[in-house]
Design a protein around this ligand. Structure first.
Ligand code: 5GP
Ligand code: MN
Ligand code: MN
Ligand code: MN
Ligand code: MN
Length: 350
């Protein structure tokens, strides 16, 4: 079930991996030992101003596990928040509701892109139906759990092996804000689009479809799946995950998965420094080469690293390839205490 501990790939370079001291008073997370990649920050070391006009500020968190009571995590104002899963303890509708209320309260962030993790047991239908009784004696409404996220509004976009486009989602958010006044609360961005599209011309319709590349912008793809570990939701046997990862579009700029790729923010110190990340995800990363890969799940792997890709041969030479910045945004420590800062990225206009 576990892969053997092995050294990370040659091109792996730890940029910032804080010592994971799981005591409230002795965290060293805001003192990077090596520089972070350009325009990547850890709260509270985030500049007030973005580097230029129309830059996109993205704040990454993960594995918050319904611990929203702690100082709201000092989440800074941003254009988009990414949550890489495990936002509840076990995915009851009450816990999902608590999470959504928290997201809604972040009114200084118009967009919140969310994926599930293995703890969101109600969000995987098949797993819920066969395993829920082991988690809780009282039944939950599985359809309602998914619908709560899909219809939350307030710029919440839930991705389950799906893409979205940040610019497109922003336009839809503005529509949603406008329509909110017209009593359209509780509708998804997609529903609002569908209603808006009925009145729109063909060209306008093409310009507001959240699931297509109708406008230039950063392309995001998100998935809750991770290698099997005990018996949790969105678990897949190692060796079979490539079936999921082949769904990642090769033009993805920002990849969000619950778990890390092998060798990057995936060390489990309690398990003989095992690299618990997914080797099949690392293999797919080499095809996709996203600008950012945001994940969590292995709480101890919190931090930022960077993968340098070899230049790609062209007809008249070689072309440099942008590195992939790997962000393990796990907010909670291994003891489920929310002590790790949000990680902020400023992206230039695309
Ligand atoms: P969670 O229960 O929140 O999904 O994961 C919490 C912790 O479980 C991680 O920080 C890590 O210690 C452990 N864990 C999760 N997945 C794996 C895995 O695949 N292998 C090992 N060894 N530990 C894991
Ligand atoms: Mn977790
Ligand atoms: Mn690519
Ligand atoms: Mn690319
Ligand atoms: Mn997890």
């Amino acid at each position: 079930m576990f892969s053997k501990p092995r050294p990370p790939p040659q091109n792996f370079r730890v940029i910032h991996q804080p010592v994971q001291d799981d005591k409230d008073t002795n965290m060293d997370v805001d003192k990077p030992t090596t520089p972070l990649p350009p325009n990547v920050y850890m709260v509270p070391n985030v500049p007030v101003e973005k580097p230029g006009p129309n830059w996109l500020r993205m704040v990454c968190i993960s594995d918050t596990h319904n611990t929203t009571d702690i100082n709201n995590y000092s989440i800074p104002e941003a254009d988009v928040l990414i949550h890489a899963g495990d936002f509840t303890k076990m995915g009851t509708t009450a816990q999902i509701d608590q999470f959504i209320c928290w997201m809604k309260s972040l009114t200084n962030i118009p967009l919140k892109i969310i994926i599930a993790g293995n703890h969101e047991v109600t969000l995987e239908k098949e797993f819920y139906e066969t395993n829920w009784s082991k988690f809780h004696p009282a039944k939950e409404d599985q359809d309602a759990a998914v619908n709560m996220l899909r219809t939350a509004g307030h710029g919440i976009v839930y991705l389950d092996n799906e893409s979205c486009n940040i610019d497109g989602a922003k336009i839809l958010y503005k529509k949603w804000r406008k329509n909110e006044k017209q009593n359209m609360k509780g509708k998804t961005l997609q529903q609002i689009h569908a209603e808006g599209a009925a009145a729109a011309t063909a060209s306008e319709t093409a310009a507001v479809d959240p699931r297509q590349d109708w406008i230039e912008g950063y392309k995001v793809w998100g998935s809750p799946w991770q290698p099997e570990f005990f018996n949790w939701a969105f678990n897949e046997e190692r060796g079979k995950l490539h079936e999921i990862w082949k769904l990642i579009p090769t033009d993805t700029d920002i990849l969000i998965t619950h778990g890390p790729p092998e060798g990057h923010g995936d060390i489990v110190p309690e398990n003989n420094n095992l690299h618990a990340g997914c080797s099949e995800l690392l293999a797919r990363l080499k095809d996709v080469k996203p600008l950012y890969h945001i994940f969590g799940h292995i709480h101890q792997g919190y931090g930022v690293s960077q993968i340098e890709w070899p230049p790609e041969p062209t007809i008249d030479g070689h072309q440099l390839v942008s590195p992939t910045v790997c962000i393990n945004a796990s907010t909670c420590t291994v003891r489920y205490r929310p002590l790790n800062s949000p990680i902020v990225v400023d992206l230039p206009p695309k």
